[in-house]
Write a protein that binds this ligand. Structure first.
Ligand code: C2E
Ligand code: MG
Ligand code: MG
Length: 570
């Protein structure tokens, strides 16, 4: 405090005589002092609304609320009330003095000491003390802000969301107040991020946060849990209708498109809601129920809202476990990859490997045929696909370096991945980063990809082929098996589906199908691969039909890289 300028003092004391003594003492010591008087806490707080002071001289015993209550009120404010406080009392009670300081006053003086006391010095010291406390508090607030807020949107982060949930939810599920949790996920965020860039993605998240914030009441907690996941905690709800209404308002807020740069974007959001303690008795259960409901919203075509109900649980439990597992294993990079050898059936030499993703063994079991379609539906396939591409190319690069061999790596690419043009750059980037020749990388696509109307897939496949990657058509012979696809797309390898070994009732028929397909594909100059070779007979038949490559349990099971016997090829 600059003591040369006028000293502004708020004097809160109901005793007229005491006020007189204080005023006299103050003016004796201090030439330029302005004293405003109040006779109660209420009056004091009222004056503080419009005026600021250097110090408050505050009597402990006041009519109505005590001085301590006034201190507590001021110190509960974000800026701690921004004023130094000296408390006064007629009593010399040591415990009371401690209580006053603990509640946030800077000093405590006994009224009988006032005249003899250097009041001016006490005020300067109290003011200095307050400044230091204030600074400390600001530092604390800054750290708290950093720890609790999401820097992009300014909303609470996951950590703070968990703390807020702990506050509103009784661990024993006995709360009388109903709480609804809404979980929200932007349906097209990943696509926007990938096609328009991260800046556009960030702006979409900010716009989403801003529009939703406007719809909420002050006490409703709104958090960004990470990525494009958001949560709202609705406290004291009266009906499920009320929860649905909030979701409706959110959907309504995004009927209008958002302009990001020159692009007009439709923001779609899937919302899942659950209610405590009606449907869940703990925080974890509530999050899980809301998540299951959100899963249902996504499965039902996205941009929807679903409230949890019991029947969802049975239906969606497995899907839910897989969905949450996918997110977790992407985050922790805990998937595994197995490699299955591919043989040249003319020379009996191992010539390459197919990379096949594996669900972590520490978890419940799931096979790619189960979890890959789920990952495709919720766009997790992009992250999973990139991980597989990276790991597989890295692995073949290591083999080439360590063993000097020339084996290729076949990588399965989902049609959903091909819808995203960024995947092309990613594959090229990885091949360059690990110095693997693109001709050593086979990209296996399934025919479903070729039915997609979007020409973007065709362009992706053509671009990849032009760069030098080999394009293989997987699972041929089941489903449509269109010859025009083989001609229209730059496909050079065709894998006959393993089911062809088992679907025909008679051996003769089976052989006839294989023969016809192999013959036709060879005429089209395709390299023909048989997958699912499980027996010597299968192998013999493939060889007799001059099928080029073979793969199957009989020749080698998919295995972790460490367990494989990778040969040195000269
Ligand atoms: P796919 O690409 O046709 O892979 C061949 C599947 O047949 C693999 O199943 C493999 O383990 C299995 N297999 C190999 N030899 C035999 C055999 O002799 N008999 C039998 N019955 N099966 C055999 P897996 O690993 O369960 O993968 C299933 C499908 O999941 C794959 O079919 C592929 O479409 C997809 N997939 C696997 N990994 C990935 C991946 O990393 N990315 C993508 N997008 N899809 C993947
Ligand atoms: Mg494959
Ligand atoms: Mg296949």
């Amino acid at each position: 405090m600059e003591m040369k300028r006028r000293l502004n003092v708020l004097l809160v004391d109901d005793d007229l005589a005491d006020r007189r003594i204080l005023k006299r003492t103050l003016t004796e010591n201090e030439a330029d002092v302005k004293i405003v008087e109040a006779v109660s806490v209420e009056a004091g707080l009222c004056i503080l609304q419009n005026q600021s002071f250097d110090v408050i001289l505050l009597d402990y015993r006041l009519p109505g609320a005590t001085g301590i209550e006034m201190v507590q009120e001021l110190r509960s404010r974000a800026d701690l009330g921004s004023v130094a406080i000296i408390m006064m009392s007629a009593s010399s009670n040591e415990a009371l003095a401690v209580k006053c300081i603990e509640s946030g006053a800077q000093d405590f003086i006994q009224k009988s000491d006032i005249q003899s006391l250097n009041l001016h010095r006490a005020i300067v010291h109290a003011h200095k003390r307050f400044e230091l406390e204030h600074q400390l508090h600001q530092n604390y607030l800054n750290v708290k802000h950093l720890a609790e807020k999401d820097p992009l949107t300014g909303l609470s982060n996951r950590h703070h969301f968990n703390q807020m949930m702990d506050l509103v939810i009784d661990p024993d599920g006995s709360s009388k107040v109903d709480i609804a949790l809404l979980l929200m996920d932007l349906d097209n965020f990943k696509y926007i991020n990938d096609t328009l860039g991260h800046d556009a993605g960030d702006r979409l998240l900010i716009e989403f946060a801003t529009r939703v914030k406007k719809l909420l009441r002050r006490h409703e907690s709104f958090a960004r849990l990470g990525g494009d996941e958001f949560a709202i905690i609705l406290n004291g709800i009266k009906s499920t209708q009320q929860v649905k209404l909030v979701a409706q308002r959110i959907h309504d807020a995004f009927r209008e498109t958002i302009m990001i740069g020159t692009s007009e974007i439709k923001c779609k959001v899937s919302i899942g809601g659950a209610i405590y303690p009606l449907q869940a008795k703990t925080k974890e259960q509530l999050i899980k129920c809301a998540d299951i409901a959100m899963y249902q919203a996504k499965s039902d075509g996205k941009d929807k809202m679903f409230l949890y109900d019991q029947s969802m649980s049975a239906k969606y439990q497995r899907l839910f476990d897989i969905q949450t597992g996918l997110k977790k294993h992407i985050q922790n990079q805990s998937f595994n990859i197995h490699f299955q050898p591919v043989y040249n059936l003319h020379t009996d030499k191992k010539i390459g490997y197919e990379a096949l993703i594996r669900w972590p063994t520490s978890e419940f079991q799931s096979v790619p045929d189960e979890f890959i379609p789920i990952a495709e539906r919720n766009a997790d396939i992009h992250a999973i696909g990139e991980w597989v591409i990276d790991q597989a190319i890295k692995q073949v690069s290591n083999w080439q370096k360590q063993h000097g061999n020339n084996s290729f790596i076949a990588i399965n690419i989902s049609p959903v991945q091909l819808q995203n043009p960024a995947v092309i750059e990613y594959i090229i980037d990885r091949a360059e980063a690990y110095s693997v020749n693109p001709s050593q990388i086979v990209l296996e696509i399934t025919e479903t990809a070729l039915f997609e109307k979007e020409s973007v897939i065709k362009q992706s496949i053509e671009a990849l082929s032009e760069y030098g990657f080999a394009i293989s058509l997987d699972d041929f012979g089941v489903g449509y098996s269109s010859i025009s696809h083989l001609i229209e797309y730059p496909i050079t390898i065709v894998k006959l589906d393993k089911s062809l070994f088992t679907t025909q009732e008679s051996e003769v028929k089976r052989k006839a199908v294989f023969e016809a397909l192999a013959e036709m594909l060879k005429r089209l100059k395709m390299t023909v691969v048989a997958e699912g070779i499980e027996t010597q007979e299968h192998l013999d038949m493939c060889k007799s039909l001059s099928i080029d490559h073979g793969q199957g349990f009989f020749l080698g099971r998919p295995m972790a890289a460490n367990d494989l016997d990778v040969e040195l090829v000269t």
